[in-house]
Design a protein around this ligand. Sequence first.
Ligand SMILES: C[S@@+](CC[C@H](N)C(=O)[O-])C[C@H]1O[C@@H](n2cnc3c(N)ncnc32)[C@H](O)[C@@H]1O
Length: 208
Amino acid sequence: MRLKNIKGAKEKISKSPYIIQIPETYKGKYKTLFKNKKPIHLEIGMGKGDFIIGMAQKYPDINFIGIEKFDSVILRATQKLENIELPNLKLIRFDATEIENIFDREIDTIYLNFSDPWPKNRHEDRRLTSKKFLQKYDKIFKQSKHIIQKTDNRHLFEFSLKSFTNYDYKIKNLSLNLHEDNFDNVETEYEKRFTSLGMPIYMVEVEK
Ligand SMILES: C[S@@+](CC[C@H](N)C(=O)[O-])C[C@H]1O[C@@H](n2cnc3c(N)ncnc32)[C@H](O)[C@@H]1O
């Protein structure tokens, strides 16, 4: 998702109480930020925030952190949160290629929703389900590793299934049409758009 650069976005997001300004300072210490020991779930590439906000509202006993690499995109999430109080939600403007610099063995679940597909073979490493990223996630998961992916992109989905299983993840749940199957689900912005066009949503939940 690439919104036009919004003037002053960086400054505006810095004023939101939901934004963690210097995430490196909380590496290994997010419990102190949330002031409790509840599990921490992370969404990488949260876009404008519908999913992570919806999840934080639905599950108050889980702490949620959303990461997004663009100021102008995460700004939209902070605007949606202006009159909402959610002590179990924090947001970080950060590029996940360096995710191991901001977390240390403290994440319970990672959500990857409608991640950029990077269709060219030479860009395979940039896909958030590539081996390169799975190795990074190893460093941030607390104990057991748990990833839930949703996508409309068949190629990315097939790539991810291979990547997960080659990396010894076991498939716990899988759907080739999430909205026809009976899974607990909070929709993302992209998901709403694709579903309104009648497109199937693929979902896989893996663990190891
Ligand atoms: C296709 S959009 C999907 C947004 C949202 N998850 C949804 O489902 O509506 C992908 C988002 O991931 C973000 N993103 C892509 N690569 C990223 C990275 N390495 N670190 C953080 N965010 C990233 C993009 O900026 C974009 O907002």
